[in-house]
Design a protein around this ligand. Structure first.
Ligand code: PLP
Length: 352
């Protein structure tokens, strides 16, 4: 956790003690996060909802979709984080049909979506970077197929945003979800949703609350009056302490700059891949830089034992689906890589 983020949490506690429930200041913090996220994505602040999780973002969109019309298919992939599959399978209770595009040899080329997306497809909802092996999908190419076939396109950017430059208009997507916990340096319990401006007023969420209304403080309990902006995809009291932290994290990201961050991450991930190959380890992620994100994954015999052994040596990694997940950020350097591979050499028996 960055020092500035830690200080932001302390500031929340101090303000809470000294100012009580300072709604105006709280709303300002939320608006500051909204603007920073918008800048970050190349979007307008009115196209951004601040939510409590990626799941809340996706559920809000799902609640606004009608699966009883001429299109009812939702195309996902085998790379999805559980949430972005489970929520769409839940919509089968409301008339949706989920189609899952499988990976082959650890990747899903964009052309594999060509036959899955058809004139019955309402939405394509896919991850940008796979949480268990780090593969990075070609989102602009998949979005082009979706658009050509008249479907909407949602990207789960949780494992990618903050590690490379991403612009919603260049990517050609309709919805983006992400959270502040990982590469955006913020906190758990705060996330966001981008909705392309033309779609906002067409989508009326049935998951709602007072912060989603046109006038939040109207306190009108006689009707539902959704905001004309993407704020309609929010619900109740914003995640206030987490917005202090997210604001601080996003400020650091802005100061360092995404192009510098992307450059550094490319250098570090290339070095990790080269070292892993030299050591004879098996990569679970494609080695083509266009096909992986910041997560580099190695096949293991016992992922839990390896993560624990590294943690005992002061190296924080994680594991998913039998893979060791190494997630460098811009603040890591070549010394960190040396330390990591020095430690891995002591645990060769746990690696494939
Ligand atoms: C790809 C992806 N999506 C979503 C999430 C988290 O979803 P939520 O904010 O609903 O917990 C994660 C968490 O690791 C993730 O990796």
């Amino acid at each position: 956790m960055a020092i500035d983020v830690k200080d932001a949490f302390k500031r929340y506690l101090r303000d809470r003690e000294e100012q009580g429930t300072d709604w105006n200041y709280w709303v300002e913090r939320n608006e500051s996060v909204r603007s920073a996220v918008a800048t970050f994505l190349g979007a307008d602040p009115d196209e951004i909802a601040i939510t409590t999780s990626a799941s809340a973002s996706i559920n809000s969109i799902a609640s606004a979709m009608d699966f009883t019309g001429s299109r009812n298919k939702v195309v996902i992939s085998s790379f999805e984080f559980p949430t972005n599959a489970q929520i769409w399978y839940a919509q089968e209770l409301r008339g949706a049909e989920v189609v899952r595009v499988p990976d082959r040899d650890g990747y899903i080329p964009a052309e594999d979506f060509e036959s899955a997306i058809d004139e019955d497809t309402l939405l394509v909802a896919v991850t940008h970077v796979c949480f268990h092996n780090g593969a990075k999908l070609d989102i602009p190419a998949i979005a082009e197929i979706a658009k050509r076939k008249g479907a909407m396109m949602l990207v789960d950017g949780f494992q990618g945003l903050g590690t490379f430059e991403f612009d919603v208009r260049n990517a050609g997507v309709d919805f983006v979800v992400g959270g502040m916990l990982k590469y955006l340096l913020g906190s758990a319990g705060i996330a966001f949703l981008y909705v392309r401006d033309e779609l906002i007023e067409k989508l009326v969420p049935t998951v709602t609350g007072w912060f989603a209304q046109a006038d939040i403080f109207a306190m009108d309990n006689t009707r539902y009056d959704p905001s004309p902006s993407a704020r309609r995809f929010e619900t109740g009291t914003p995640p206030v302490p987490n917005s202090y932290a997210a604001e601080a994290g996003l400020k650091i990201m802005k100061e360092v700059g995404l192009s510098a961050i992307e450059y550094r991450i490319n250098e570090i991930t290339a070095a990790i891949i080269a070292e892993a190959k030299r050591a004879g380890y098996t990569l679970a992620v494609p080695d083509d830089p266009k096909r992986h994100g910041a997560l580099i994954t190695l096949r293991t015999h016992d992922e839990d034992a390896l993560v624990q052994a590294l943690e005992n040596q002061g190296i924080i990694t994680s594991c998913r689906a039998g893979n060791l997940r190494i997630s460098p950020h811009f603040y890591n350097n070549s010394d960190d890589i040396d330390v990591l591979f020095g430690a891995l050499r002591q645990h060769n028996h746990l690696l494939l």
